[in-house]
Write a protein that binds this ligand. Sequence first.
Ligand code: ZN
Ligand code: ZN
Ligand code: ZN
Ligand code: ZN
Length: 497
Amino acid sequence: MAEVVSAPGYERWTQQVAGTGGCSAPVRLVGESEVIDRGTGEVVHVYRTADEATGYLLVACGNRRASVCPACSETYRRDVFHLIRAGLAGGKGLAETVREHPRVFATLTAPSFGAVHTLRERNGKPVACHPRRRPVRCEHGNPDGCGVPHTPEDAVLGSPLCGDCYDYVGAVLWQAHAGQLWHRFSLELRRQMARRAGMSRRRFEAQVRVSFAKVAEYQRRGLVHFHAVIRLDGPGGYDDPPPCWATAELLADAVPEAAGRVQVRSLDPGQGDRILRWGTQIDVRPILVSGDGGGLSDQAVAGYIAKYSTKGAEVSGTIDRRLTCPRCKGAGRVDGYGGVGLCKRCGGLGTGLGVDLERLPVSDHARRMIRTCWDLGGLPELADLRLRPWAHMLGFRGHFATKSRRYSTTLGALRQTRADHRAADARERQGLPSPETTEVIGHWRFAGQGYSEAEQLLADHIGQRAQTARRIAAERAEKDTESPSTETAKRNDSEAS
Ligand SMILES: [Zn+2]
Ligand SMILES: [Zn+2]
Ligand SMILES: [Zn+2]
Ligand SMILES: [Zn+2]
């Protein structure tokens, strides 16, 4: 550590660390950028990392996930919050009239693939998970009940009462088709609303645009749920009110109907075909402007979606990196001089695994999900599902957070605003001309990522201070956009989580 502190660039290094906002694995860049006058072509400013005392520039990693980089994930969470909230209450370039558009908060779940240990509470106290007066044993000798009142920390939560009875193939196939199921749902939703309004889907779509923003949340049993804001607009999107017959009731009634109707057919190697559907637990709640009475406030909904957007599959006890062999990419076979042969890298057995699955630090349930992904992923008829590359995500290969184009502003626009703001600050400090008359040309190269052990200790300290300063500023900004009934919103948020 003394070496780091006494190095010539230390002072500048601490500035750069603070500039990444406490990122745990910043990227080191080397290169240069030139500011050029558009009119005269004259170079008015040059920045070279070679002139830096450190010899490089540190840039935040920008990872979305809290388990990878807490600081960058917090920036991401805030952006998602503002994006979702703008689509509900206006702001960030959206008119406030968007508040009056019909919208709901819907949750679509996975069906059951066998009984799992669950958290059950009565009056705030944990009660027996699957109470049975006379438990019956399955063919594997496991009881069909569980009298244990589980607590939230219990490691068995989400795992099946009998792993051999549990339908792992069904669970993995469902997860691999979850994105497609959502797509079909979104089409059926329009069809259902059109039917209720007594018109063709084509006529309906000429008058109403359905916008949504959704996030995938892993349950402990390793299957995703989708939480979505669904909003009705006129054909022009968020600035355009829908016709008056397109009400929140029409939307709320159509959601469960559409979810109940859609299905996806999948090949199931053991049994021919399999029909995949949503689970029966479908929740539709109104989103209220004030947050009073029965519904959720826009603030709470935005907070809820933003929170899940920074999570991965870790809650289901899996691991956060690919498990495929780096040489054969999971195929188990490689093209050699003598034609296609078994890959030597993954043991010459053609497993395609880059790790020892039996010794992977994951829960037994996650291991069986992964194993099922692996086995099914090796079948040519299921190749399209890409189950091996996504085995660590237990078969889900969709995006965690998605929104339709006209829902609201974009994450890119929010980031650009921040970057523009920082650039303007820097220009002002250096006395450079405005961006209207100049152009920036940069040449950058990746020179590594992360800190050494000693650097990490110092960086943590600097990062904490930077994060506190940012949090205070951000809380102030979030407060400025809050709806009048913040208390109700907060209450709803804690209920929802
Ligand atoms: Zn980071
Ligand atoms: Zn149990
Ligand atoms: Zn069994
Ligand atoms: Zn291999």
